[in-house]
Write a protein that binds this ligand. Structure first.
Ligand SMILES: Nc1ncnc2c1ncn2[C@@H]1O[C@H](COP(=O)(O)OP(=O)(O)O)[C@@H](O)[C@H]1O
Ligand SMILES: [Mg+2]
Length: 298
């Protein structure tokens, strides 16, 4: 489905940056008598076209505030944010920016606006001025991608949490955005729902070329990302591949974060004197590391 892949203008630089924050500073309005607190305190970040970037950080570290800057829901107090080269503070580009960057939030119930699934999916493209003749195709295609075609005529309110979240993703996909920012999209789902959403996110990026920013507090969901960003107190404090970041459990712990279960398991085994490799991340790699260590024992 190439028509849903990245398709808008794009920069001419050697590195093709879709999202950029430059010295981004943000404070919410302070209550009377209080000084505004910097919730984002000088964020510099480039996200390359087609990348899958996961963002981790303790509660209140500024992840959601950063996410809202990427489609101009919030505007910087200092510095700037660029979407495909467009400055989010430029009101003339507001519609283009909202079309380029879709957002999916935690609670699927808050994202559903219509009483029939396909109408819900059509809502965003209709409101963002997509050509009306094109909307049917977009809705069908988006429902197909998230595996919800057979529910097109259903009421969204009777669906499971995971299914509702898939409908919410379809609504965003129907805009054919270049980039989708997911803000803890699995936080309210059961394990099956979580898995289905993560699988879809991987496909969006891997097969359709959509640039993905995934904010999550599940370390294992970040394993499949190309790049991992750790935020703490409004700053980016770590930035690397999942292997690099999860290889530093002490630093993560200082920022209030764990390692994925696979990494914790192997480290625990090593502490117990079992000579396992520590570089495994996925469950398969973890199993291989344990098997390799076992065969060494014999
Ligand atoms: N609408 C708001 N008004 C005032 N303060 C807010 C608002 N939203 C978030 N905050 C504060 O900004 C900080 C960062 O919040 P947030 O971006 O939601 O962090 P995260 O998503 O990492 O948990 C927190 O201290 C939070 O209390
Ligand atoms: Mg948040």
């Amino acid at each position: 489905m190439p028509e849903m892949a990245g398709h808008t203008n794009g920069g001419s630089g050697a590195r093709d940056t879709v999202l950029a924050a430059e010295k981004l500073i943000y404070s919410y309005k302070a209550r009377e008598g209080e000084l505004p607190e910097r919730v984002l305190d000088g964020i510099d970040l480039d996200v390359e076209r087609g990348a899958f970037v996961a963002v981790l950080g303790h509660n209140g570290s500024g992840k959601s505030t950063l996410a809202k800057h990427f489609n101009a829901v919030l505007l910087p107090v200092g510095g700037r944010v660029l979407v495909g080269g467009m400055d989010t503070s430029d009101e003339r580009r507001a519609l283009d920016i909202r079309r380029a960057v879709g957002m999916v939030f935690q609670n699927p119930d808050n994202q559903i606006v219509a009483s029939v699934v396909e109408e819900d999916v059509a809502f965003a493209p209709e409101n963002l001025g997509c050509p009306s003749g094109d909307i049917r195709r977009r809705v069908d295609e988006a429902l197909r991608v998230v595996g919800m075609s057979e529910y097109a005529g259903h009421s969204p309110h009777l669906l499971s949490g995971g299914q509702k979240q898939r409908v919410a993703i379809a609504g965003v996909l129907a805009m054919e955005p270049e980039c989708i920012v997911f803000d803890e999209p699995t936080a309210m789902l059961d394990p099956r729902g979580r898995e289905s959403i993560i699988r879809i996110i991987r496909r969006l990026c891997g097969e359709l070329g959509v640039t993905v920013v995934l904010i999550t507090h599940h370390m294992d969901e970040a394993i499949g990302a190309d790049r991992l960003i750790v935020m703490s107190d409004g700053r980016i404090v770590m930035d690397g591949t999942p292997r690099e970041i999860f290889g530093q459990p002490d630093a993560l712990s200082a920022y209030g974060l764990d390692t994925p279960e696979t990494v914790s398991l192997l480290r625990g085994l090593r502490e117990d004197g079992f000579d396992v490799r520590l570089d495994a991340l996925t469950v398969d790699e973890c199993a291989d590391a344990i098997l390799a260590a076992l065969s060494e024992c014999h």
